[in-house]
Design a protein around this ligand. Structure first.
Ligand SMILES: [Fe+2]
Length: 290
């Protein structure tokens, strides 16, 4: 059974969604799903990419950015999100492979924003006992750009990146640009001033299923591309086990559904933001009961 997106779920419909990595598009058509709708992706003779959706006569809007193909079932902004750091000439674009997850895409974003799980899920990589405390950080809803940001985040990490030699106190900044698009900036072991950038573009295929497209923009001249991808995939597969065991699979937006702690202030703000936007795809409890 498929669940098509509700035509009034505008924040979801009018967003850009990543639907695959450009490097994996072959000569023939590719089939995928977005918000319960079947898509056919095809590169045309002139090199442009066309996306067609079942039930839509006209081709969908497309954009090629950050290593991904983006499309929308509604009326999206002029371009998918800008990541100014991605344009720096010495950054390496690392597309880490698409991963199917049997959980709401909103759950996948929320997990990406959570530091508390590092020592327990990514043990001896992104965290380790006994250093399990999430220190106080700052969360804000930047109304001018309508994004959620968390700053002043710190976590001690045994292996913060493939290129890290020994443990380090890693500074993090989190950014949520749209309901299914998030990224973080973290201390780079190879550059004292500029952070590494790791993005997670989530393609909601069904309310309780999604396809995650992790992309990194790294300052790392030495590591082999395959090793960078493997490092990130190992971490994401650790997350997938946790995500697929969460119940409910949909993200509850009712404030009483799950009891937050101080460490969850980013998650709480993310849920409030989704609720104010009346995001329903992948969520429960968005609309007040009347
Ligand atoms: Fe994780």
């Amino acid at each position: 059974m498929t669940h098509r997106v509700d035509p009034t779920d505008r924040a979801v419909l009018d967003a850009w969604h990543a639907v695959g990595f450009l490097e994996t598009l072959g000569a023939g058509p590719t089939h995928t799903r977005l918000l319960g709708v079947g898509l056919t992706i095809q590169r045309t003779a002139d090199g442009t990419v066309q996306v067609r959706a079942e039930g839509h006569d006209a081709p969908l809007p497309v954009a090629e950015r950050h290593g991904c193909l983006w499309t929308s079932l509604g009326t999206p902004p002029a371009t998918p999100l800008a990541i100014p750091e991605a344009d720096e000439p010495d950054r390496r674009l690392v597309c880490c492979g698409s991963i199917d997850v049997h959980a709401s895409g909103l759950r996948v974003v929320e997990n990406f924003l959570d530091m508390a799980h590092f020592p327990f899920v990514h043990t001896n990589i992104l965290g380790a006992e006994p250093q399990t405390e999430v220190l106080r950080y700052h969360t804000e809803w930047r109304r001018d750009v309508d994004e959620i940001w968390a700053t002043d985040c710190r976590f001690h990490q045994p292996q913060a990146a493939l290129s890290a030699e020994g443990g380090q106190d890693t500074g993090y900044i989190y950014r949520v640009a749209s309901p299914f698009v998030t990224l973080l900036y973290k201390t780079c072991p190879n550059d004292a001033l500029r952070p590494d950038v790791i993005a997670l573009f989530v393609q909601p295929t069904e309310p309780e299923r999604c396809r995650a497209h992790p992309v990194m923009f790294l300052i790392d001249e030495l590591s082999a591309q395959a090793d960078l991808i493997q490092f990130q995939q190992k971490i994401f597969l650790q997350d997938r086990i946790i995500l697929e065991n969460q119940r409910p699979r949909l993200l509850p937006l009712d404030a009483r559904a799950e009891i937050p702690t101080r460490a969850d202030s980013l998650s709480v703000t993310y849920r409030r933001w989704l609720k104010e936007k009346q995001v329903r795809y992948g969520a429960t409890g968005t609309l007040p009961s009347s």
